[in-house]
Ligand binder design. Structure first.
Ligand code: BGC
Length: 383
């Protein structure tokens, strides 16, 4: 090859290489540049009801998948510090897994999330009896809670976000609760990399309502082992101590000087072996500093390995920290992974457990004419 030919061939090679780089950056942009909502059939319940899967994608490529069974977040793909996407929530690969879902992975929980002592409460002079589906207590709305219901679902979209609106009418007496309760849950994924959940509810009789989302997060990826090295900060100076059945004693105790203190970022595993009964671990409600109903930062979690950070803000006065203490490898999840103890953390924004029986806790009673509202925002970034 002559020198002039070599120059031409070198220049051509350079142009090809540049074109390849340009094409690949365009491809990446094309992949990550557009918001979308895709709706597809996911499966059928045993009763033959069709379940829909909604895939929400934002401009930075974050993807959230939701189904109208249990208003469940089935997948959440979030970038790490090198922009690698990973599914950061536990769960199952198909509807069958979600139909059983014994540990309440990622569902909408209610009518009353968390525990009610003895499954009993008195309202307007009448005693109500609910299912006792957790030892002596009522848990997460009963035997067939909101997590096991088929919701009506429709896509919602605006200039900067994509979402799904889910509606369910819980009839008077369902799971022992009084009043017809009309519930709406809206998930929106925005281009600010926030997954927001807005809840509203209305009733025709006084009734307790405490809705939350029960997502099991592992910021290293759902198959990455435990969350013991994740650093957690909770904006709470107090928590509600519990008895051996995890019912609050009624006391509001300072976290300072205890193993419950997450006011400064601390590894979840640093003191976990000293906390709780058997199995050990956090399963406690924190009393958030902000309790006026405004949207305020509740917690921040950082996975040091991947750099992923989750910041949770809420309008709720409390957050239940649950560190997957009851997981023991017996649940086989996505890709056949057997989730070990502490495979995930849940930060369930809500009113305090057993509030319906605790006169000093903020009230959970919703009355006709009122609208129940709760908003929780999950913001993601990497550092
Ligand atoms: C509770 C745990 C329970 C878990 C799964 C959490 O909200 O606090 O005690 O095991 O949900 O049901």
């Amino acid at each position: 090859m002559r020198v002039s030919e070599r120059i031409v061939s070198f220049a051509a090679g350079g142009i090809v290489a540049l074109a390849a780089i340009w094409a690949s950056s365009c491809a990446k942009k094309a992949e990550t540049g557009r918001m979308s909502i895709v709706e597809e059939v996911y499966g059928k319940t045993a009763e033959g009801e069709e379940i829909t899967l909604f895939t929400l994608t934002n401009e930075s490529g974050i993807q959230a998948k939701l189904i109208n069974f249990g208003a469940i977040l089935t997948e959440l793909h979030v970038p790490d510090r090198s922009e690698k996407l990973e599914d950061v929530v536990l769960g199952f690969d198909s509807l069958d897994g979600w139909l059983a879902n014994p540990a309440y992975f990622n569902c909408t929980t209610g009518r009353c999330a968390n525990r009610i002592a003895g499954g009993r409460f008195t309202l307007n002079g009448k005693e109500y009896e609910l299912a006792t589906n957790d030892g002596p207590n009522h848990l997460h709305g009963g035997v067939v809670g909101l997590n096991k219901r088929v919701w009506k679902a429709e896509k919602v979209q605006d200039a900067d976000s994509v979402g799904v609106k889910l509606d369910y009418l819980s009839p008077d007496g369902e799971e022992g609760y009084p009043g017809n309760l009309q519930i709406t849950v809206i998930y929106t994924l925005s281009n600010k990399d926030e997954l927001k959940i807005d809840y509203t509810a209305k009733t025709d009789q006084a009734t307790p309502v405490n809705l939350t989302n029960h997502t099991y997060f592992n910021l290293g990826g759902q198959a990455s082992g435990t969350i013991l090295d994740h650093e957690l900060m909770i904006a709470a100076d107090h928590f509600t101590p519990v008895d051996e059945t995890l019912i609050p004693t009624g006391e509001i105790q300072a976290v300072a000087g205890t193993d419950m203190d997450f006011t400064k970022p601390t590894a979840i595993g640093a003191r976990i072996g000293k906390v709780g009964g058997e199995p050990k671990g956090y399963d406690h409600n924190y009393v958030l500093r902000s309790r006026d109903g405004s949207l305020a930062l509740a917690a921040r979690v950082r996975d040091p390995k991947s750099g992923r950070v989750l910041e949770i803000s809420t309008t709720q006065p409390g957050v239940q920290l649950y560190t997957g203490n009851f997981l023991d490898g017996s649940i086989r999840g996505k890709g056949g992974v057997e989730y070990p103890k502490h495979a995930a953390f849940c930060l369930e924004t809500q009113h305090y457990p057993d509030a319906v029986n605790q006169p000093d806790f903020p009230s959970v009673i919703l009355r006709p004419g009122e609208t129940y509202r709760q908003t929780t925002v999950h913001r993601f970034y990497a550092q």
